[in-house]
Design a protein around this ligand. Structure first.
Ligand code: FUB
Length: 366
């Protein structure tokens, strides 16, 4: 597995980060988890932005604006001591905490445990990157977790409040698989669920929506595995149609090969709309970019446009894009606080569009 760039923190920088980090622990006691005390440190001001909270480790931030407030649905990284491997077993998360804030730079509230793995009847292990949506006067939390057979599925839980607590359905979404759900609401009121991730995310085991435990990663000359999408039913708890592949193409309309791993899909899909165009963004995983591609339909095809966020400190790169009051923001994570691949911290930075609809590339380090 790729080794994260060396990043660590002087003790002084850690103290500074705790001072600058805005969090409100009123609803959750601080969780004792290891901080980065390594001496080959990166300085706080080397970074584009600072962690939104530092009392817990958080990752994979899916941000939404509900009732005029930012709600962030992250993974809750935990130091369980599970050894690191290419399947991502060390990402052994047990619950979700929802964060919220009125404005960028304002105080951040941690609303405490919103959903615990022990309250998901079908779950085995590893609560990975979630997302959320509002419909039917209800907030829905979509989450990937391995079932008791160790196969990733996507579940849904509901709540009357954006911060939860959420109550999980007794089964996963029928026909769902793999990881990293992203829900997109189109202007016509239809909702789409994008998902998938290769390697530990198991997407390579799914062909034509059928599971093959022996399914392996592609060879360099083979076509790259594609992300998936399905429209959600009005009940938001089932697919309205068979799951489809999302085509990612280059400027000439050609799909990518596995060897194009600086551009092909790996995990962390996000879909947003800007000036009538659909923007599909995603992580390239082992090359660590967040790239984006645009199209004219929620189903694609999406044409590759460029890098949105360069590799961050840490192995994984995962993001979301949200608009509030006419301004656009990129939520992302890195490992500034811990220096450890699986103990990440969420951040936010402004996103800038060019006149032609392309997006300016961000670097998480100045
Ligand atoms: O947080 C666990 C996994 O790491 C996510 O599901 C991936 O997107 C990567 O960020």
């Amino acid at each position: 597995m790729f080794l994260p760039k060396s990043l660590s923190f002087y003790t002084a920088a850690l103290v500074l980060s705790l001072v600058f980090t805005r969090c409100n622990n009123a609803e959750t006691p601080a969780t004792a988890e290891p901080a980065n005390t390594d001496s080959s440190a990166a300085k706080t001001n080397d970074y584009l932005s600072q962690p939104l909270v530092s009392h817990i480790y958080t990752a994979d931030p899916s941000a939404h604006v509900f009732n005029g407030r930012f709600y962030i649905y992250p993974s809750h990284d935990t130091a369980t001591g599970t050894p690191e491997n290419d399947n991502g077993d060390h990402f052994n998360m047990m619950d979700y905490h929802i964060l919220s804030m009125d404005s960028i730079g304002g105080p951040v509230t941690d609303h405490g445990v919103a959903l615990d793995i022990k309250n998901i009847p079908w779950a085995g292990r590893q609560l990975w990157a979630p997302d959320a949506a509002f419909a039917n006067n209800t907030y829905y939390l979509y989450f990937p977790v391995k079932d008791k057979q160790d196969v990733f599925r996507i579940g849904v839980a509901s709540s009357s409040k954006p911060e939860g607590p959420f109550v999980a359905e007794k089964d996963p979404l029928k026909g769902s698989y793999s990881i990293d759900p992203c829900v997109f609401k189109d202007d016509d009121g239809k909702y789409y669920l994008y998902f998938g991730g290769i390697w530990g995310g198991q997407l390579q085991r799914w062909n034509n929506n059928k599971y093959d435990a022996a399914g392996s990663l592609c060879k360099p000359e083979e076509p790259a595995i594609l992300p998936r999408v399905a429209r959600l039913s009005p009940d938001m708890k089932s697919f309205a149609e068979p799951v489809k592949e999302v085509k990612l193409v280059d400027e000439k309309g050609n799909t990518y090969f596995e060897k194009d791993n600086d551009k092909r899909f790996f995990e962390a899909a996000w879909l947003h709309k800007y000036k009538g165009k659909y923007y599909f963004s995603y992580s390239t995983g082992d090359t660590h970019n967040i790239c984006y591609a645009t199209g004219d339909s929620p189903y694609g095809p999406f044409t590759y446009k460029g890098i949105l966020l360069k590799p961050v400190d840490g192995w994984t790169n995962h993001h979301s894009i949200v608009e509030k009051d006419g301004k656009w923001y990129l939520f992302y994570h890195d490992v500034q606080l811990s220096g450890k691949t699986h103990l990440r911290n969420v951040k936010v930075a402004p996103l800038q569009y060019n006149e032609d609809g392309t997006i300016q590339t961000l670097s998480a380090r100045k």
